[in-house]
Design a binder for this molecule. Structure first.
Ligand SMILES: [Fe+2]
Ligand SMILES: [Fe+2]
Length: 257
């Protein structure tokens, strides 16, 4: 696998933040029927995307210090900012269609509780990867469930960002995974898969109305999630050799020993 340095990611997020892909002069056009099917999920994801990221910053600070890579903390801070941009855009859209931004959602509360107690970078990384993977399917389904040009644009912008988020987190998971012994790797590989699939099921239960509106049934949804699992934490990915010898992974490896 090709591992990019933290400086690369800082640079990427800085540049991506300058690209404006949305045209807010477009008037939102959403039918009542569409609203009925997507509103609850839209509100829930808007809330989920607006987290301050305090706990992730705390875990990243601890981790960055341990691996002696201050730049990693900067990259994570910019990553959080990008998530907040998603929350802001979805919030702005809700304001435009005169629907409220919610303050509570059971899925969000559950995830926040888990985040509260989590200071471990590995747990953070697999949790974020899982949610990002579900997000890709969610925003594609949302895009397919509406004819509103502005909402479609918002989804496209998020989907572009999320693809890079997954690469960013997948590289970190690979680095952390490859610090482990063979036995520990074997256990962890199964634990990742189990967590990923269980979380996928929870996401389906919470948002099935929207997924169905986006023409996804359970079978197609879970197959897409399984495919994504293979790409981020499959055996061939986690056990793959690093592509560029001598780059950051070797240095990080030495720092962690
Ligand atoms: Fe996001
Ligand atoms: Fe993301």
């Amino acid at each position: 696998m090709k591992i990019h340095s933290s400086a690369y990611w800082t640079n990427y997020f800085t540049n991506n933040a300058k690209i404006m892909r949305l045209d807010w002069t477009i008037k939102p056009e959403i039918s009542d029927l569409e609203k009925q099917k997507i509103l609850k999920s839209l509100q829930a994801w808007q809330l989920g995307e607006t987290s301050e990221g305090k706990h992730l910053i705390h875990a990243s600070k601890k981790y960055a210090r341990a691996i002696n890579d201050d730049e990693y903390l900067n990259a994570v801070s910019l990553f959080i900012k990008e998530e907040q941009k998603h929350g802001n855009n979805l919030g702005k859209y809700l304001d435009l269609i005169e629907e409220k931004r919610i303050k509570n959602d059971w899925g969000d509360t559950l995830f926040r509780k888990i985040r509260y107690f989590n200071t471990n970078m590995e747990l953070w990384t697999i949790a974020v990867i899982t949610v990002e993977s579900a997000a890709q399917i969610f925003y594609q389904a949302l895009k397919d469930a509406t004819n509103c040009t502005l909402l479609k644009q918002i989804c496209t912008d998020i989907l572009i960002d999320e693809a890079a988020h997954i690469t960013f987190q997948r590289e970190r998971l690979y680095i952390i995974f490859n610090q482990k012994s063979a036995f520990s790797k074997w256990i962890t590989y199964h634990a990742y898969s189990c967590f990923f699939i269980c979380t996928s099921l929870v996401v389906w239960l919470a948002h099935k109305t929207l997924f169905k509106a986006g023409k996804l049934n359970f079978y197609r949804y879970i197959n897409k999630m399984k495919f994504k699992l293979g790409k981020v934490a499959g055996k061939s990915v986690l056990y793959e050799k690093e592509e560029q010898p001598g780059l950051s992974f070797k240095e990080l490896n030495q720092n962690l020993l």
